[in-house]
Design a protein around this ligand. Structure first.
Ligand SMILES: NC(=O)c1ccc[n+]([C@@H]2O[C@H](COP(=O)([O-])OP(=O)(O)OC[C@H]3O[C@@H](n4cnc5c(N)ncnc54)[C@H](O)[C@@H]3O)[C@@H](O)[C@H]2O)c1
Length: 337
């Protein structure tokens, strides 16, 4: 049975990813420190579901500590998927040091492990659409410049991409970086818009709508994200970074590649809110606000690279995806409407 390490397994995307790899017959080693960035009960509850599977092994640990490498070697996986991180654009403005530890130190330990371990075939890691920063050319393509981050979260994720490139260039380490675009779905994060809007509408509180609602987002349902992760992990295609200068001598050795992982169909924030209202049967009280510092007005993903590499084809519309989230929310928080 193939072994995979999934960091951040008690997190939103890590949980869904772990379920999928269990279903595909992997022995899954989930690592998470269950920190309190948001309600740890939600993480514990996700973890309880995973622990019902005999092929799931949970390790509570902080992956920013260098000793974690010993654990990685002990497990000796074929595949490594790094989904643990300090997420959140806004938190990075007030707490940049959290991102150095959770996102950069941790990734260094993973790269060092990948360099030294002979059994590991491929490392996948989460990057973000935020690396496109102030870019206005849409849809975002992997070949576009990413030198204008608008906040430190984006800096930490872009740093991961550069680290993967350097390690791959030096040691031939296979790395696939996936730039996720606004992920939503059941068991979602309480600090993200869909969760906050749903909660506030149910409690008759105002919802803060930034940039006066003039946002569009390439909202991507979590099952599509997981499909993209899974297909990237099994693709047998050669890892060649098309944004790379073909004359670069390191190209022959470097096996680090980056893809957008989105739906490829941006939606207006207002349409997303209307979908929530329809499902709740209630109208939101909109508090129109200016653009938040560090926020990007619009995101749109060109997903042709990942389609070519893996056959990825997103399936879920916001109509279905928002309904699934709200059905889960009502059941989990025992809401009777
Ligand atoms: N959700 C999105 O829309 C989105 C968009 C772009 C990128 N991403 C990236 O996808 C990944 C998963 O995001 P998510 O939405 O599931 O977030 P999440 O916060 O729900 O999950 C991250 C998990 O990592 C764990 N973690 C954090 N620091 C750790 C550490 N030092 N040691 C061990 N565990 C640690 C947390 O406890 C949490 O359970 C992250 O890298 C995030 O930056 C998410």
């Amino acid at each position: 049975m193939k072994k995979v390490i999934i960091t951040g397994s008690a997190g939103f995307i890590g949980f869904h990813t772990a379920l999928r790899f269990l279903k595909e017959g992997f022995e899954v080693y989930g690592i998470d420190n269950l920190n309190d960035y948001y309600d740890p009960n939600l993480k514990e509850d996700r973890n309880k579901i995973l622990e019902q599977d005999k092929n799931f092994n949970f390790i509570k640990a902080d992956i920013s500590k260098v000793e974690i490498k010993n654990k990685y070697h002990e497990i000796n996986p074929e595949l490594f998927i790094n989904l643990a991180a300090q997420a959140g654009v806004r938190h990075s403005i007030t707490n940049p040091e959290d991102y150095i530890k959770a996102n950069i130190d941790s990734f260094l330990h993973i790269m060092e492990f990948a360099k030294d371990n002979k059994n590991l075939v491929r490392t996948l890691y989460a990057s973000t659409s935020s690396v496109y920063g102030g870019n206005i050319r849409q849809p975002f393509q992997e070949s576009h410049g990413v030198d204008h981050p608008l906040q430190f979260y984006a800096v930490s994720k872009r740093t991961n991409e550069l680290m993967a490139h350097a390690y791959s260039n030096l040691y031939g380490t296979e790395c696939v970086g996936l730039r996720f675009f606004t992920v939503y779905g059941p068991w979602g994060r309480p600090d993200m818009a869909l969760f906050k809007f749903t909660k506030n509408i149910l409690e008759d509180k105002e919802i803060d709508v930034y940039n006066n609602g003039n946002h569009s987002r390439d909202f991507t349902y979590v099952d599509d994200i997981v499909e993209g992760i899974y297909l990237s992990s099994i693709s047998k295609k050669e890892l060649i970074d098309s944004s790379f200068d073909s004359k670069d001598p390191s190209r022959s050795f470097c096996k680090s590649i980056i893809f957008n992982l989105g739906r490829g169909k941006p939606e207006n924030l207002e349409d997303f809110i209307v979908e929530i209202e329809n499902n709740l049967g209630k109208t939101a009280k909109r508090n129109l606000m200016p653009l938040q510092p560090g926020d990007v007005p619009d995101t749109s993903a060109d997903i042709s690279g990942l389609k070519d590499f893996s056959g990825y084809e997103p399936k879920t519309s916001i109509k279905i995806g928002v309904k699934n989230f709200i059905d889960w929310y009502k059941e989990y928080y025992k809401v009777n409407l």
